[in-house]
Design a protein. Sequence first.
Length: 90
Amino acid sequence: MKRLVLLTLAATLLLASSACHIFSKKKNPVAPKQSPTFATEVEKDFMHRWIDKRANELVIQGKSSADARTQAAAEFKLKFSYTDAAQQAK
């Protein structure tokens, strides 16, 4: 008898917790709005940070600042050629 009561109680709780979604007024929740160029912005930010870091490494190794930045940009284009940011980089 106790098992039947516990089983009924457990089934009721299970159905009650899942039923909240069934009777919800929102059938299709709206996704958060994002900029259509969000991925491009992230890639460009990554490109700038990567080039800055690599250029600093090259300056430490003895290259001039302008040469280091040019070399870092070329390395980025070669290493990350599949990104839109690398294709749009000057």
